[in-house]
Design a protein around this ligand. Sequence first.
Ligand code: MGD
Ligand code: MGD
Ligand code: SF4
Ligand code: MO
Length: 734
Amino acid sequence: MLFGRKQKNPIKIADKGVVEWKYAACGYCSTGCSIEVGLNAEGKPVTSRGVADADVNRGKLCLKGIFEHELFTSAGRGTEPLMREQWHQDWQPATWDSALDKVHDEIVRIQAKYGRDSVAIISTGQMLTEEFYTLGKLTRGLIGTNNYDGNTTLCMASAVSGYKRSFGSDGPPGCYEDFEHTDCLFAWGSNLPEQHPIIYWRMKEAQEKRGFPLIVVDPRVTMLAQNAHIHLAITPGTDVVLMNAMMHVIFAEKLEDSSYIETNTNGIDMLRAEVAKYDPVTASKICGIDEDTIRVVARLYAKAGAAMAIWTMGINQSTHGSDGVVGINNLALITGNIGKPGGTSLSITGQCNAMGTREWSSCSGLPNYRALENPDHRAEIADFWGIDPEFFPKKRGMFQTDIYHAIESGQIKGLWLIATNPLSSLPNSARVRKAMESLEFCAVQDCYHDTESAQYAHVYLPAGTWAEKDGVMTNTERRISVVKPVTPPPGQAQPDLWIFNRMAERFNQSGKVNFPEKAADIFLEMGKLSVGRLADISGMNHELLEKQRGIQWPYTQEQVKNGEAPPKGGKRLYTVDGTFSYADGKAKLIPLPFIDNNEVPDEKFPIWLNTGRLIEHWHGRTKTGKIGNNNKYSPIPFIEINPDLAAELNIERGEYVRLVSRRSDAVVMAMPTQRVPKNMVFLPFHFHDCANRLTLGLLDPHSRQPAYKQSAVRIERIANQMAAAKLSMEMRKF
Ligand SMILES: Nc1nc2c(c(=O)[nH]1)N[C@H]1C(S)=C(S)[C@@H](COP(=O)(O)OP(=O)(O)OC[C@H]3O[C@@H](n4cnc5c(=O)[nH]c(N)nc54)[C@H](O)[C@@H]3O)O[C@H]1N2
Ligand SMILES: Nc1nc2c(c(=O)[nH]1)N[C@H]1C(S)=C(S)[C@@H](COP(=O)(O)OP(=O)(O)OC[C@H]3O[C@@H](n4cnc5c(=O)[nH]c(N)nc54)[C@H](O)[C@@H]3O)O[C@H]1N2
Ligand code: SF4
Ligand SMILES: [Mo]
């Protein structure tokens, strides 16, 4: 293919010899892009491209999707099961049978000795939905521990909790197409261009066409903030105060939608009484946004024909995470901005299938948003699976963050980690490390064997990843896309579904529970369980999902039968004449008193530590750290530091510095930039044994999600730069 002027040094793209393209949906973020992987004549995946007729990405991919096929052969992939008696011994290769037997026997032994709940299972947002459902059936239906949760507690728990509190159920009401209808967009703590590049592109295209105002709330001048009409550089952890103040202005100026409030909500009087306390002058002293700007943005939002809010971790990862989500929902409800084109409150999800785990994993309850607390739900699922309803616990067990505290206190003795790496991702890693060391038994099931958490495992189960597997994922806008195996997992590694099914055989010797082998059949089983539920997928199947390049739920058998099914599924939930999931069909307006319980900078630790992400990397870099075209952009742990602060501390660009918090320290390179204010540093959390050595991670009372973005540190200069560089090499790992 030729680019550029014909006469002058045309660039020639190497012909990769693709003979076949295979379809998949991207396995990194929750945007849900459709990908085709190109295979050469030997059947080797050699390139990836975006699918032009896919609604989500319309042919585009970001930096991660473009190189995703390189994962299949990247360094550190697990190719055989491994075992050892003690975590500090060398690994020994094992057969699948002996490794699976060991995991089964240890779970049974520990449960017999310490009780059913003394074994914890921690899953992820990065498997396929049929895998989540199967693991849920195995855990809830046969193993029976109630301490079963996912890494979504670190990620989407506040959104889930906030949606449940406001609307009576989880389930994001909006879709990307809302960008094409909105008259005002608020983005709370979301750096869309880096973390969801293709959603950003959809938003930007719509915004350039129609010019709606974009208001970005983020203490950093992110790439999204640079594109905003108004950037609100909020004091960390105080978004709820700004939301309350905006509602104060909306009520004071009578900008609310009284008829929507009257018809669709409960609780207006209590809400009014609470926000009356948050006049813009008082609020500005707490949240750092001046009073007039608060009034301007409140008016912009309330007067817009249709106003939309999106948010991500700047809201969820806070001690007020769940309240922040409720606050965003309150704002939408009092202005009638739910369920109409361009008027919505849309949580931007994180991991590729964080939605799938919410819908089907049974982590916090039972399949398809059913609750353990509801006797009818317990009976229904027990009957469907063929087990005794009394086997189910009557309320949900611990969240992931509380599971770690229970390991520390000796309540939990055994752990099975699946597609998550807590030693890199939980706050305060010194405590996590101690907890892992104290376990009697730990199994790690991961597509890479060289993860931080695998250091403490007794059994390692090598899994396939992404398009080595078969199944579906749900994206941010409730769109289900299918992934088909492009290539088999390396060596003896097996798809997670295969591993769960083999484990199920060991717990299901009487054969009383049915575990279908094929993802497409499991999907149909899930469809049956979904009939009449909020997330009704009964009209879908794998073939249709591939043909349509994804379908949004709800998409029901009934609609298909009556010829009324929208071709790509249901765009929105709670459409204006629809009802919410509470018994009376109304949403709740919930007052949000603000209690400032964060760790805040003081004399000893005068700088805010803000942590988050970069476009080129994925979490603990087990994947992107091995892919040259991703890793080259930032191979070294670094901080964004304001140039004035750097000058004051006599720190040069590129110099290594020591960050010290009350927990521990970390050595990072200083990169001065105006992106951060003078009293804050931003540290990407992708690097080995780095950011989470420092974080405190206080927990939200409702969602138990850690406040990763609000800790306090001091910065120390390092005299011996050579030694510091060596130390930072350690943190570079991979
Ligand atoms: N490239 C890439 N993309 C990803 C991921 C990845 O690892 N790499 N991970 C995926 C996952 S799982 C997730 S959850 C998402 C996360 O996506 P985002 O939430 O967009 O990413 P973060 O960088 O964690 O945080 C977003 C912003 O929150 C801001 N923030 C910090 N404190 C506050 C505050 O008190 N209030 C407000 N309003 N904002 C604040 C930070 O300054 C930061 O710019 O990204 C997904 N996409
Ligand atoms: N300081 C700080 N910490 C944070 C955050 C932050 O913003 N700041 N963000 C938090 C958030 S939002 C999130 S989502 C978490 C993420 O935390 P983790 O879940 O711990 O992050 P990952 O590195 O994505 O871990 C996923 C693991 O699963 C493996 N894996 C990938 N695909 C598969 C598969 O198909 N099968 C199997 N078996 N394994 C697979 C990967 O190799 C990797 O080891 O981090 C949280 N931690
Ligand atoms: S935007 Fe997300 S889903 Fe799309 S290619 Fe990039 S990482 Fe994959
Ligand atoms: Mo996340």
